[in-house]
Design a protein around this ligand. Structure first.
Ligand SMILES: [Zn+2]
Length: 300
């Protein structure tokens, strides 16, 4: 059997999946990410794949590694296989695919975590059969990936970075050093911070429960964030003919209290109702599943 390994190196966890050559998952594994691994991410990926293969052998799986897919956050240039920049994980201009090719004697694909997540949602998740979709994970930060005519758009390494579009020129300070980025207004962490600045306790999840209960301060904050999201998402959907917006990340867990008003505002901003807003289906496994799909493509 030909085996495909997919590894998703996140800010806190390394998620990995071993699949057969039809994409069926045989094994999956989660480990902690070493603090700021930098170029050491190569060793992390090699060790993760070795551990997956050992575990498969221990379970009696008879196969050989045919390809590896590795996905990382930050700025990624898929064409050259370069991990250009990650503030949290501590690398810059890392020729990740070349470094991995020197360690594995099989094809290697390098991808971006959010784009790989959307690829998985298209093949086995919430965007199945919908070739025009926008995936927006709302977590510590905000990123996006666009599926247009069944292809994930990967133009330049800046593709998808909607989190740093200005939505409030005099708004809160963003991690990038500028004021009022979408991420500083509408990410789960920004909402939790704004909630505590109102003298309230808890995080974005507490806030979403207060919204559901009709707390006026919570509702004002929540709807301000939804308006900011729509200001950035609507033009993307209009330009690309997007039919479904998939919301992921921690904030998606608030469910209808987020998805329904987001859909209402989008319909009103777009001037038509041929758009749906759904929760992404694959959760934090999307990146690793997408990485195995990249491995499958590389092995073909
Ligand atoms: Zn920013």
């Amino acid at each position: 059997m030909r085996l495909m390994a997919g590894v998703d190196v996140g800010g806190t966890r390394v998620k990995s999946v071993l699949a057969d050559d039809e994409g069926s998952v045989l094994l999956s594994h989660t480990a902690s990410t070493p603090e700021r691994p930098g170029a050491g991410v190569v060793d992390v990926i090699v060790e993760t794949v070795t551990a997956l293969l050992d575990a498969a052998r221990a379970e009696g799986v008879d196969g050989r590694l045919a390809a590896v897919g590795a996905v990382v956050p930050g700025l990624v240039d898929e064409a050259s296989g370069s991990a250009s920049w990650s503030a949290n994980l501590g690398w810059r201009d890392l020729p990740l695919r070349d470094l991995l090719l020197a360690r594995f004697d099989v094809p290697v694909a390098v991808g971006h975590d959010v784009r790989a997540g959307l690829l998985a949602e298209f093949h086995v998740g919430a965007a199945q059969g919908v070739p025009d979709a926008l995936f927006v994970p709302l977590g510590t930060g905000i990123a996006s990936a666009l599926l247009a005519s069944g292809r994930v758009v990967a133009g330049t390494e800046w593709t998808g970075e909607i989190g740093h579009v200005t939505v409030q020129p005099d708004g809160p300070l963003c991690g990038c050093g500028r004021l009022g980025c979408l991420e500083a207004v509408a990410s789960a962490s920004a909402l939790g911070r704004a909630w505590r600045e109102l003298g309230r306790e808890g995080d974005a999840e507490t806030l979403s429960r207060a919204v559901a209960e009709g707390d006026p301060e919570a509702v004002r904050l929540w709807h301000g964030a939804i308006d900011a999201l729509v200001r950035v998402i609507a033009p993307v959907c209009a330009a690309a003919g997007t039919r479904v917006v998939l919301v992921g990340g921690g904030l998606a867990q608030s469910g209808a209290v987020l998805l329904e008003p987001l859909r209402d505002r989008l319909v009103s901003a777009l001037g038509h109702d041929r758009i749906t807003v759904s929760r992404a289906a694959l959760g934090d496994r999307a990146g690793a599943l997408g990485a195995t799909l990249l491995a499958l493509e590389a092995a073909a």
